[in-house]
Design a protein around this ligand. Structure first.
Ligand SMILES: NC(=O)c1ccc[n+]([C@@H]2O[C@H](COP(=O)([O-])OP(=O)(O)OC[C@H]3O[C@@H](n4cnc5c(N)ncnc54)[C@H](OP(=O)(O)O)[C@@H]3O)[C@@H](O)[C@H]2O)c1
Length: 246
């Protein structure tokens, strides 16, 4: 029996939080993984060291998702290193929560660049390297469909755009047997949304399961969506939020 070829993945924003958990899980499942980061070079380096010591193949690339040229170059670098790319995970994200009149236009453009433009740019860059069986997975948010708190207009707007992106792209790429799916986490204990943060008790009160999830909870769903058993699912919006939106 010939062994199946190694899967390869590109993950944006893999130095910390949910992205780092996704990188770990995909590597532990046997994939070669390239991931991007912006400012957390030491964390990116530590993650590469940890996973390399476990026998994994991991590449960290500094690339700002808001910089289309840098993101495209990072994908080209990963494709050159691995030969092809099977899985794209758009996970890089920012939260800059404040009243809408306090936002600058530059802040609006920044959040749209990281959450909406970057998945488009990454998709265009990855497609020449992705064959049938490919997977495009974007990390959205449960705030795309229900907004239970003020001061999150731009965040919710940007994450809501990913529903249209996912469904449209699923139509475009279905004939090529590339699936496109959106995973919408709820509260996950990361630097962006710590389980001991100022609003965490209020957040827990909104949930059916009153506790924050872990990055690994999202990573395990990503692993299934990235794997062969999900081959018939595309254009799906998968909310995993401890029942916050129910
Ligand atoms: N935590 C939650 O409760 C929650 C809920 C729903 C959805 N999400 C979504 O899940 C994703 C990950 O969130 P998280 O909670 O893990 O956040 P996090 O702990 O703040 O980590 C963010 C990650 O994204 C990277 N990043 C930020 N801006 C970037 C940019 N311009 N280009 C490339 N990488 C960038 C960071 O890299 P550096 O450290 O190098 O800057 C870091 O690795 C985001 O899309 C977020 O919106 C999170």
């Amino acid at each position: 029996m010939t062994p199946s070829p190694t899967k390869t993945a590109f993950v944006t924003g893999g130095s910390r939080g949910i992205g780092a958990a996704i990188v770990k899980r995909l590597v532990q499942d046997g994939a070669a993984v390239a991931f991007t980061y912006v400012s957390s070079a030491l964390k990116a380096e530590a993650l590469v060291d940890e996973l390399t010591q476990q026998g994994g193949r991991v590449l960290a690339i500094q690339a700002d998702s808001a910089d289309a040229a840098a993101l495209t170059a990072a994908i080209e670098q990963a494709a050159a290193a691995f030969g092809h790319l099977d899985i794209l995970v758009n996970s890089a994200g920012i939260a800059n929560n404040k009243a809408v009149e306090d936002h600058t236009l530059a802040e609006f453009r920044q959040i749209m660049a990281v959450h909406v433009e970057a998945p488009f740019v990454a998709t265009q860059a990855v497609l020449p390297h992705m064959a049938a069986g490919g997977r495009i997975i974007t990390i959205g948010s449960n705030f795309a469909e229900r907004v239970p708190a003020a001061n999150t207009t731009l965040y919710a707007t940007s994450k809501a755009a990913l529903l249209g992106f996912t469904k449209g792209l699923a139509r475009d790429l279905g004939p090529r047997r590339i699936t496109v799916n959106l995973i919408q986490p709820g509260p996950i204990d990361t630097d962006m949304n710590p389980a001991d943060g100022p609003f965490s008790d209020w957040i827990r009160n909104q949930m059916a399961i009153p506790e924050f999830g872990q990055g690994a909870d999202i990573a395990s769903l990503v692993a299934w969506v990235a794997g062969p058993e999900s081959r018939f699912m595309t254009g799906a919006i998968l909310t995993i939020d401890g029942g916050m939106n129910t």
